[in-house]
Design a protein around this ligand. Structure first.
Ligand SMILES: Cc1cc2nc3c(=O)[nH]c(=O)nc-3n(C[C@H](O)[C@H](O)[C@H](O)COP(=O)(O)OP(=O)(O)OC[C@H]3O[C@@H](n4cnc5c(N)ncnc54)[C@H](O)[C@@H]3O)c2cc1C
Length: 458
């Protein structure tokens, strides 16, 4: 049994004003971008440093009180909702760059810094951090969800871009995992156990990130297609040929309507590929020409490419606001976003079947995705006054998930498990899911760290 009142009293002594129990702040930390109902915690603690996180965790552990780490709350499967009540630890005040190791292409940062702020701060160094989910998420949240974005096809996900961590465990111990060395064979890989653990194993208080040098040249390209299948087949061929793309995004017709309205792109309302190439001036020109030929072979339409920064920024800004652009097509509707990832050879079949399923059932469900990785998303937009629409969206999302597993893929390429996808864990992982529960029991025997997510232990 947890003792919330005693936890709050002790935390008030520890944090003073930075322990907040006002209705507005609790509700802010009980809201989400998905379809889950408001689920506020009992209190929100605003931590300032690692020692304080450890002290908060020790108080919570003493009274068996659930602890939910909070970045900026953009996760899409109810990850950061306090389903068992307790204390949400907001890490947004731990938002500093601790050190930049320019010659090693590394940065050590606190978890509350957002990816956009990090990149603004890095601008003068000529380096950048490539992982770019559609929301301006925190590095702590991105690490905890093993996030990725449009550039994963070239630079990888958080898995490839986190070298080392500082973590506060469920008993308050502060540990350091990994080093600044590029590789290591020293023992169990605790860094990558924590990456993607969604706050269920510990609280990440410092992250060592790989950085990239700004490429000499960047070209962005767009091409329209008559149907999704031709666009996807172009991608599959490019991946199989080893074209070194930096971004390869699919947008279906509904997504293009949304982007035209929201970001005034003025592009044909047909399925599109948005692409980017990084390298020397000669190599980006060569990559663009190869893609142009491949697209033409698959029946692609007008292929436009440009090395102008303003063209590129406009295109990717539009892509990054796609979630809100598509939601704006149906004002007042709820959005349920789901992502899956399949082997590249199955991508065309997976997307075509999902699109057919939505059309056959009269659902408004734009599809877009980081298709260079085999990863795509469907945003089901449903009328809140028609619960049957949400039920249908959940049914179709279920088919999308089981199809991905049957095809040898995963129910989530990047959004993560949270609560929404726990029901698929046994099917995707088999007995390995119970091994995850064993790890959880070992590191968090009281089940205080973000309980009710990822694993089932009771
Ligand atoms: C418009 C939109 C577009 C998106 N596009 C993408 C996309 O392209 N790719 C993608 O991967 N995701 C995407 N997402 C999902 C979301 O942005 C990511 O899951 C992101 O990584 C969450 O970061 P956050 O800072 O908001 O974390 P939160 O939502 O606050 O937390 C996420 C999870 O991490 C835990 N957590 C947070 N901080 C810590 C910490 N310091 N230590 C331990 N655990 C912690 C929380 O408890 C929770 O379980 C999108 C979301 C939206 C709304």
């Amino acid at each position: 049994m947890s003792d919330i009142a005693a936890t709050i009293a002790d935390l008030k002594n520890l944090l003073g004003e930075r322990l907040n129990t006002s209705r507005a702040v609790l509700d802010l930390h009980g809201a989400n971008e998905a379809y889950f109902p408001l689920t506020p915690p009992d209190a929100v603690a605003f931590a300032k440093n690692t020692q304080e996180v450890s002290d908060i965790v020790k108080v919570c552990a003493k009274y068996n009180c659930p602890i939910v780490p909070w970045g900026v709350g953009t996760s899409l499967e109810g990850h950061a909702l306090a389903v068992k009540g307790g204390v949400t630890i907001n890490l947004s005040e731990m938002d500093k760059i601790v050190q930049i190791y320019q010659e090693d292409l590394l940065a050590v940062v606190q978890p509350g810094i957002t990816r956009e702020v990090l990149n603004e701060e890095l601008r003068a160094t000529g380096l950048f951090f490539p992982v770019d989910p559609g929301a301006n998420a925190t590095i702590g949240g991105m690490t905890a969800t093993r996030a990725s974005g449009t550039t994963a096809v070239r630079y990888g996900t958080m898995k490839e871009n986190v070298l080392a961590l500082e973590v506060v465990l469920a008993d308050g111990r502060i540990i350091h995992t990994g080093t600044r060395a590029k590789k290591s064979s020293a023992g169990y890989d605790l860094t990558h156990l924590m990456v993607g653990s969604e706050g269920t194993l510990g609280i990440i208080t410092e992250v060592t990130l790989r950085l990239q040098g700004q490429p000499e040249a960047i070209a962005a390209a767009v091409c329209d297609f008559e149907d999704i299948e031709s666009a996807v087949n172009t991608v599959i061929t490019a991946v199989q040929m080893g074209v070194p793309m930096a971004r390869m995004e699919l947008l279906d017709t509904l997504s293009m309507q949304a982007l035209n309205q929201y970001s005034h792109l003025g592009l044909p309302e047909k399925p599109h590929l948005f692409m980017e190439f990084h390298g020397s001036t000669a190599s980006v020109a060569e990559q663009s020409e190869i893609m142009k030929e491949l697209a033409a072979d698959m029946g692609g339409g007008d292929f436009q490419w440009s090395t102008k920064t303003e063209d590129r920024n406009k295109l990717w800004h539009a892509r990054h606001t796609a979630f809100f652009a598509t939601k704006a097509l149906k004002p007042g509707f709820d959005g349920m976003s789901t992502d899956v990832c399949v082997p590249i050879s199955k991508l065309a079949e997976a997307i075509t079947e999902t699109a057919k399923d939505a059309a056959d059932n009269g659902m408004f469900a734009p599809i877009l995705g980081h298709v260079g990785d085999g990863n795509y998303h469907t945003l089901f937009l449903t009328d809140p006054n028609k619960p049957e629409e949400l039920a249908m969206a959940q049914k179709l999302a279920h088919r999308m998930n089981t199809r991905a597993i049957e095809m040898g893929g995963t129910v989530t390429g990047e959004h993560g498990i949270g609560m929404g996808k726990m029901k698929y864990m046994a099917e995707e992982h088999g007995a390995a899911w119970s091994v995850m529960a064993d790890i959880k029991r070992t590191l968090d025997p009281q089940n205080v760290m973000n309980p009710g997510k990822v694993v089932q232990i009771n």
